[in-house]
Design a protein around this ligand. Sequence first.
Ligand code: SF4
Ligand code: SF4
Length: 439
Amino acid sequence: MPELDSEFISNQLARCNRCGYCIRTCPTYRATGHEGAVARSRNDLVRAVQRGKSELLEEMGDRFFQCLLCGACTESCLTDVQTDEIMVEAREAYRQAHGDSWLQQFIFRELLPDPERLAKYARLVALGKNTGISGLARSLGLLKIVSPKLDNAEALVEHMPREFFRDQLPHLGFHPVEDRPRGWFRYRPARVTGLRLLYFVGCGSNFQVPGEVVAGVRLLQAGGCDITVAPNVCCGLPPYSYGDREAARLLAAANLETLGSADCDVLLTECGSCSSFLKHYPRLLEGTEAAEPAQALAGKVRDITEVLPDLTLPEPRPLSHRVTYHDPCHLGRKQKIKAQPRDLLKRIPGVEHIELPEADWCCGGAGSYNLSNPDLSRKVLARKVENVRETGADTLITSCPACVIQLASGMREAGLDIQVRHLCDFLAEAHLPPDDAPC
Ligand code: SF4
Ligand code: SF4
């Protein structure tokens, strides 16, 4: 039987006095009203197992896996108990006790470490979605037989892009790097006036919202940046969140090997989850040989919202929009990047920014939470949708591909005519001419 007795867990549990301050801001508690859905109760279960008062029972799985890992409880907690990190260890122990699903194993161990294979599967999925085959399979109940997660994923997105981001690199003025293996591309401006960037392409960014990455890259090009794109693999956050820290470490090690050799000022991404987890590598790899290189790499990581304010971009043209902004958990809470996206929006003439109530509350997307816990995810999302509706905004902006997809599905289901856009996409509309062909 796996144990839940790491030094980290013991220290954290010793600090949880069951005061319940975390109740106010826990989205799963506020969505369900169940005491079992709040941090102190989740921690109590771990404590019971740790002290030998209970086995790690199969029915505890829901309580561990229904946590969004949003970190809101830690912010409300006077002793900074990191329930999200406790849950990651609890999930790991749970998996070891009760086994993994074949789909998770396949995705984390076979697909994510192999970008070319992952791209082939993504093309198949896109073909199925865009031709209506997967929709048909779903309506016949076939996807549910293979896996409920596939069924939920099919329903979540309206369509899949026909071209992924990496396919578009040549059209964006990127060229293969001669002394590097396949997958390395570089864009050199005539005169470098910005930063020398290594662009980290996240999986969701590449496959699900490539237009937003293109928008981000075009802004960086307009800001005079020298940009290199490497054949990185997934940052590792999906397996980490699932409690498969070993799979996350393998992906992190592969990225360190690929990215560590690049000569750059900044390792940059437009996905708040990727930037957050790349900064988490030193902790993930603590005690291993890779800890030092992980520290060096993490020191260079910046989210695009940290870099754009310092670039000299073309003057923005006026846009007539009433906008509101949702803080992705991994950007706003975990990296404390809240002011920069709002400041960037406020620079655009004609844009009225309305502050969103509970802007930093999780939208229920939480990586693949909307696939594994669809009902609870929808309840969490409903609260967000209501807050957005109250602002009267016509456009909802955010800075994470997973949030874009989740929020867009929420607006669709609620029948609201509110566009959901990634910040880069919106900024590109303001700062770049519509037909500005990247040079
Ligand atoms: S996690 Fe923090 S706020 Fe919540 S009950 Fe424990 S000590 Fe109190
Ligand atoms: S991490 Fe989020 S969902 Fe989980 S217990 Fe804390 S506040 Fe609730």
